[in-house]
Design a protein around this ligand. Structure first.
Ligand SMILES: [Zn+2]
Length: 209
């Protein structure tokens, strides 16, 4: 809007957020303006808190407010299992599901040569040092089932296999509540390739609420 550069600047910044287009960004700015300077001040303070307090855990690279994140600082977690994820948001999703009682390692992305992200850009050396210590008996590779995520999983597995007795990958397959006719071919292919015996006990070590 001509003549209101401060407003336009905030609209542009907010529009860069995932799921927020220029229209919603503008609505957010008007909402702030309607609620007076206090609402804006509250937002500023929350953003400052984020900027000044959030850092990466020095062990697993999860988001943290201290040197160690709350998972690394928790003595009740299982040291023998590490789950490797791409981003802190993936870790949060796993934690929300309450399925895993071990530790994590956040890579900080995935291998993507076209974007200039090679092994040195991910937290792989730190993972290797953790595994060399010898107390881990299973490494669960939970990178995303995308082309880059798969390439990353293979790289991690290669690095880990000489150091850990067991390296596993999350299973692919049919989503709960899904129907065969609506699955895309690659999901169906993976579900077929990953089929297991009907009465096979699932490998639930370290997993479960
Ligand atoms: Zn941590």
């Amino acid at each position: 809007m001509k003549g209101l550069p401060s407003l336009e600047r905030l609209v542009i910044v907010l529009s860069r957020f995932p799921g927020v287009g220029p229209k919603s960004a503008r609505r957010m700015v008007y909402h702030l303006l309607r609620h007076g300077k206090e609402a804006t001040q509250e937002l500023i303070m929350a953003l400052e808190g984020l900027r000044d307090s959030i850092r990466h855990c020095e062990v697993c690279f999860n988001l943290a407010e201290d040197e160690k994140c709350w998972i690394c600082a928790d003595p009740r977690r299982d040291d023998a299992r590490i789950c490797v994820v791409e981003e802190p948001s993936d870790l949060m999703a796993m934690e929300k599901a309450g399925l895993f009682t071990g530790r994590y390692h956040v890579l900080g992305g995935r291998l993507s040569p076209l974007d200039g992200i090679g092994p040195d850009e991910l937290h792989l050396a730190a993972l290797e040092s953790r595994l060399i210590q010898g107390s881990v008996i299973e490494l669960i590779v939970a990178t995303n089932p995308t082309v880059e995520g798969e390439a990353t999983a293979h790289f991690v597995a290669q690095l880990a296999e000489p150091l850990v007795p067991r390296v596993t990958r999350l299973a692919y397959g049919m989503p709960m509540g899904g129907e065969l006719e609506y699955l895309d071919e690659s999901t169906l292919y993976q579900a077929m390739a990953g089929r297991r015996d009907f009465r096979q006990k699932s490998l639930n070590d370290g997993v479960g609420p």
